[in-house]
Design a protein around this ligand. Structure first.
Ligand code: URA
Length: 240
């Protein structure tokens, strides 16, 4: 995540935001070996080398959280409309400034990663790494085998064809079908739009897996920290 240099310095405990601005103007701050005197300069605190007076700034400890986002909670750091955000669910327990890795719609529940590791977050979100995400979708009506095949092959949305997906029907009746769908793109409201495109609006949507990480039995609104091994495996999956 890119942030203003003075904000990152202030968060690392150097001084107030104002005084950090003065440090920059005084030419005491470098980023990746280059002296920066511009106040609008943006950095990634997770991956850029930031030094004050030639000394690296002390970084926040990296933290990796797996949250079960409930429906009705927004995936943003703050919400101008005052709605509950994913940050409200972790506040008090986590002192580092984490941010969500990608987003889930207001009405979607399920697995959401939060971290202050900008490098890993960018790796997971970059489309070229094709990180798989699995959703449990309850859709209106019965999904025919031909329609399931269409979802697998790709459907035409207003922003182009979708990449091949994996689709497994769990249960089906005339009124509703429950299916697991795995995609690796991250387009806006993609699963909802794909299902609608084959004639079956989504009634509820939950993300149950990202890469090898499963939501499991984690209750809505709860989170857990990832283990070292899980973080290493995520790095390996992104190939960064
Ligand atoms: N697809 C959707 O339609 N919504 C989400 O929140 C995630 C994927």
């Amino acid at each position: 995540m890119l942030e203003r240099l003075q904000k990152v310095l202030a968060a690392a405990g150097y001084a107030s935001r104002r005084k950090c601005e003065q440090l920059i103007l005084d030419g005491r701050v470098s980023v990746n070996g280059k002296l920066i005197r511009e106040l609008g300069f943006k950095v990634d605190a997770g991956s850029d080398q930031i030094k004050v007076d030639h000394r690296p700034i002390v970084r926040e400890q990296l933290v990796y959280l797996l949250l079960h986002k409930p429906r009705g909670v927004v995936t943003t750091v703050s919400d101008p409309q005052g709605r509950k955000t994913v940050m409200d669910l972790i506040q008090g327990d986590i002192k580092q400034r984490v941010f969500p890795v990608g987003r889930l719609d207001l009405d979607t529940s399920g697995l959401l990663l939060l971290t202050n590791d900008g490098k890993l977050a960018n790796g997971l979100m970059h489309p070229k790494h094709e990180i798989h995400k699995t959703y449990l979708a309850k859709i209106e009506g019965r999904l025919s085998t031909a329609e399931a095949e269409q979802l697998r092959q790709g459907v035409l949305l207003e922003d182009g064809m979708t990449a091949p997906a994996q689709v497994a029907i769990r249960t089906g009746s005339a009124a509703t079908t429950s299916l697991e769908i795995t995609i690796h793109e991250g387009r806006n409201r993609q699963v909802r739009r794909m299902c609608e495109a084959v004639g079956h609006p989504v009634a509820s949507l939950m993300r149950i897996q990202v890469a090898f990480l499963k939501l499991g039995q984690l209750p809505p609104g709860h989170f857990r920290q990832l283990s070292k091994q899980e973080v290493q495996r995520l790095y390996a999956e992104t190939g960064i």
